[in-house]
Design a protein around this ligand. Structure first.
Ligand code: 2M8
Ligand code: MG
Ligand code: MG
Length: 269
């Protein structure tokens, strides 16, 4: 098996960014040598910190499916990836952040809509908005293939904004609290499909598991055989349309722990 998981609001508490009770379940997977693949809108810099914290050494998917990072030598079968820093190789699926930021400025001029991207805020503003300490806020702004934006649109403005994005070859996904813009055709599901294929080339058939909490997780949940949806902090589930979805009756990391325990029980029989 391979576990693909969202971070914020799923493996990590949406507000404290802490894995809390999920740590026990991470350890259970690690004892069984089951890979844990982060699949999040978080950046490479942010995910490196959580990999270190949880001692995870598996590949990871950043910025809403825009790139896959693979430790050098992790797969021995050949695949398309180019070397980068931290002993990693990268498969880039999205568009460069600079081009996305440029297009967003043009869209603002064309539509007159008002929205604000991380790169247009000070570090203090991003820190206050996200609740991340300044150093972590800096890692969130170190975006390579996306831009997180803050918007307050009604339905009509959303329609105009989405149309403008598509015209510029972009698309926007709703995370737990904000929206993140990536290149059109980029989503968590596409990256999961590609990475699952690399696992299959290496190991033959594998069971794929997915855990998420938000609309941007839907493509990932649709791409796996066992999709789990954890609750929001208020105890509700995001309304999503995913065949075979298992709603977990607990929020964030507590739900993550329950889902993994349930999975391991099923795998044991
Ligand atoms: C953004 O991600 C969250 C989680 O899904 C969201 O969209 O609501 C990203 O900018 C991420 O990089 C950042 O760490 C997070 C902070 O809450 O916000
Ligand atoms: Mg989330
Ligand atoms: Mg996320």
């Amino acid at each position: 098996p391979v576990v693909f998981t969202d971070l914020d609001g799923t493996l990590l508490d949406l507000h404290t960014y802490d894995p809390g009770p999920a740590r026990e379940a991470v350890a259970l997977l690690q004892e069984r040598r089951i890979p844990i693949v982060f699949c999040s809108s978080k950046t490479r810099a942010e995910q490196l910190v959580y990999r270190r914290l949880l001692r995870i050494q598996d590949p990871f998917i950043v910025e809403n499916g825009a790139a896959i990072f693979i430790p050098k030598g992790y797969f021995t079968v050949p695949h398309e990836a180019r070397p980068t820093s931290h002993g990693l190789e990268v498969i880039e699926l999205g568009r460069p952040a600079a081009a996305i930021r440029r297009a967003l400025r043009e869209i603002r001029k064309e539509t007159g809509l008002s929205f604000q991207g991380y790169h247009e805020m000070t570090l203090e503003e991003v820190s206050r908005l996200t609740g991340l300490p300044p150093e972590a806020a800096r890692r969130a702004t170190a975006r390579e293939y996306s831009e997180t934006i803050v918007v307050d649109f009604g339905p009509a403005d959303w329609q105009r904004f989405n149309a403008a994005l598509v015209a510029h070859g972009l698309v926007c996904f709703a995370g737990g609290r904000f929206h993140t813009v990536v290149g059109l055709g980029t989503d968590k599901g596409r990256a999961v499909h590609l990475l699952a294929e690399l696992y299959r080339r290496q190991y033959g058939s594998i069971l794929t598991i997915g855990l998420g909490d938000s609309p941007n997780d839907v493509p990932m949940l649709r791409a796996v055989e066992r999709p789990f949806l954890v609750q929001r902090p208020d105890g509700s589930w995001e309304s999503v349309d995913v065949p075979g979805l298992v709603p977990v009756p607990a929020p964030g990391p507590e739900g993550w722990r329950m889902a993994i325990e349930q999975l391991l029980t099923q795998l044991a029989v």
